[in-house]
Design a protein around this ligand. Structure first.
Ligand code: ME8
Length: 531
């Protein structure tokens, strides 16, 4: 069935905010691209969609990195945050808000969230003793630790932990176990994919301990507000995750009752990686419930991208700059590769060969070639002229196949965030078009039956329009160029506009001719040393 979305319905999606303690890596690029594809898709479906991303600038990890580099933490954040903005620009990721947690408005929002949790009786002062991982910025239970080389204690993520003892504010997380389980049970879509949902349900069913939510051993964070007589909490800064998660509210102008906040909260989707699911599906909804605010509708934990199956690291010397990849293969091919190759929610692997093979087979040889052959024949054999035509059964069958893929299958799969399945359906329709070209052999009809040749070319023209409109969220720059060549008006490029063909008749009436086509996706050639 065709996805049926009321026009203008708000849709708010966020990415994680990245630690700007270094330049963006491939995982940051992957998440930003996926989020951008979702927001463009939602807009193509007629929704009023908003994308927020940004940088998470407080915490011990930032403070230590800055010290190592001889900078202040703010200087490090200022320098690195810009690289994340530049990455978005380079990858055609169009955010509406880029939030930095060092902004004043964010300090205000975090302190207000704190006050509300306090007013609800969920914060108390005690002494923290336990294991802390600076790399994960997370506390762990003894029982969660694993043994590293030489018996060294490591977090479940494999990072070093330190025994930490200090006075701390605690959040009464233990009081939220049942409420969280009710949330998960009543909203089976709250945590996705399913494997992550099961993992979190087991964790919460195992019982929750109160969470340490402030630190006194360093000061690079948001100050805990002082509440009343005799309280001396002004030497505490908030645990970085309390402040980080609040960014999703800050970007809407909260705590002010702004129009944006009323329209876009609760968020439709927090898109994050699998390593930070617990923060988003246990801590965050508990904080929100405590503060009396609605919880987000969905948290999706995507998988990790691996370089030839391996995690990238400085010691392995396999760290790839995502902007180098984009420069080499093109932004749109890279975006297509990530969404087509990786089953969303699972880990995925990439390599130059895999990118070249996938993009050459599907974008250059199949889709690109279809567009190029069709438009060239219209240009050469018909003088670029568009006309109306009477169709045969074969023409109708092809257009029905393409319509099913572009109006039903791809939108349905994208709504469910099954990008690779949606793109597979799209690709099958491209193959059907190429099979139709081979069967109908329009080049041979030129002399024998020119009317029939026109009918075939115009059938293909309409099929290409549908295919291109559907694929825009993934390859926006290239699709826009193709739609420009076809002459599709900019205000009729939505998936919701697909059933409309009035612009075509209007165009036929003007007698405007197609120009010589420009190839959409050139073949990618790998240098021999790499292949
Ligand atoms: O976790 N593949 O920031 P971050 C795919 N500041 N995704 C990856 C990845 C990989 N190899 N490596 C990391 C933080 N990610 C916090 C978030 S949100 C309120 C605070 C993902 O810079 C990771 O899962 O370490 C996360 O979603 C995002 O990149 C930023 O990671």
């Amino acid at each position: 069935k065709e996805a049926n979305v009321p026009m203008g319905e708000p849709y708010y999606i966020t990415t994680a905010i990245s630690y700007p303690n270094g330049k963006p890596h491939i995982g940051h690029a992957y998440e930003a691209i996926a989020a951008d594809v979702i927001v463009r898709f939602m807009r193509a479906m007629g929704r009023d969609a908003r994308l927020q991303t940004g940088t998470d600038e407080h915490g011990l990890k930032m403070a230590q990195k800055a010290r190592d580099l001889g900078l202040t933490a703010k200087e490090l954040a200022d320098q690195m945050s810009q690289y994340f903005k530049d990455m978005c620009a380079a990858l055609n990721v169009g955010y509406d808000v880029f939030i930095r947690t060092t902004e004043d408005r964010h300090h205000e929002a975090s302190q207000e969230l704190w006050r509300r949790m306090k007013a609800n009786g969920d914060l108390y002062l005690d002494r923290y003793e336990g294991w802390y991982s600076i790399r994960d910025e997370a506390y762990y239970d003894e029982s969660e630790l694993v043994a590293g080389e030489g018996g060294q204690k490591l977090s479940p993520q494999g990072t070093p932990v330190e025994w930490t003892v200090e006075e701390s504010w605690f959040f009464r997380l233990s009081a939220y176990g049942d409420k969280l389980l009710t949330l998960y049970n009543e909203n089976p879509e709250f945590i996705r994919p399913e494997s992550r949902r099961n993992e979190i349900m087991r964790f919460v069913e195992g019982g929750l301990r109160d969470l340490s939510v402030s630190r006194t051993s360093f000061d690079w964070g948001i100050k805990v507000p002082v509440h009343g007589e005799g309280e001396t909490s002004d030497d505490h800064v908030m645990y970085v995750w309390v402040d980080a998660l609040t960014n999703y509210l800050t970007g809407l102008g909260w705590p002010e009752e702004t129009e944006e906040f009323r329209k876009f909260w609760p968020a439709n989707l927090h898109l994050i990686g699998k390593d930070i699911i617990r923060f988003h599906t246990v801590y965050w909804p508990a904080f929100l419930m405590s503060a009396g605010l609605p919880v987000p509708r969905q948290v999706f934990g995507h998988g990790f991208l691996l370089n030839r199956g391996q995690k990238e690291s400085k010691s392995l010397g396999n760290v790839t700059d995502p902007l180098d990849l984009a420069a080499r293969f093109g932004v749109d091919p890279l975006r297509y590769f990530f969404l087509r190759e990786v089953v969303f929610g699972q880990d995925g692997s990439y390599s130059p060969e895999a990118i070249a093979t996938r993009c050459n087979a599907e974008l250059a040889n199949s889709y690109g070639n279809l567009v190029q052959r069709t438009l060239s024949m219209i240009f050469k054999n018909c003088g670029g002229e568009l006309a109306t035509f009477s169709s045969t059964e074969a023409d109708e069958a092809l257009l029905a196949t393409v319509a099913a893929a572009t109006r039903e299958d791809l939108p349905r799969e994208f709504e469910a965030l099954n990008f690779s399945a949606g793109l597979e359906a799209w690709m099958r329709a491209v193959f059907a078009c190429n099979a139709y070209v081979d069967e109908q052999a329009p080049w041979a009809l030129r002399k024998t039956d020119p009317e029939r040749m026109r009918a075939v070319l115009y059938t293909l023209f309409m099929a290409i329009r549908d295919l291109t409109i559907a694929i825009q969220p993934v390859v926006p720059a290239t699709a826009a160029k193709v739609l420009d060549q076809l002459g599709v008006p900019e205000d009729q490029r939505g998936i919701a506009d697909l059933p409309r063909a009035d612009w075509y008749m209007a165009r036929v009436a003007t007698g405007e001719r197609l120009a010589a086509p420009v190839p959409a996706f050139p073949r990618i050639e790998l240098e021999s040393a790499e292949s």
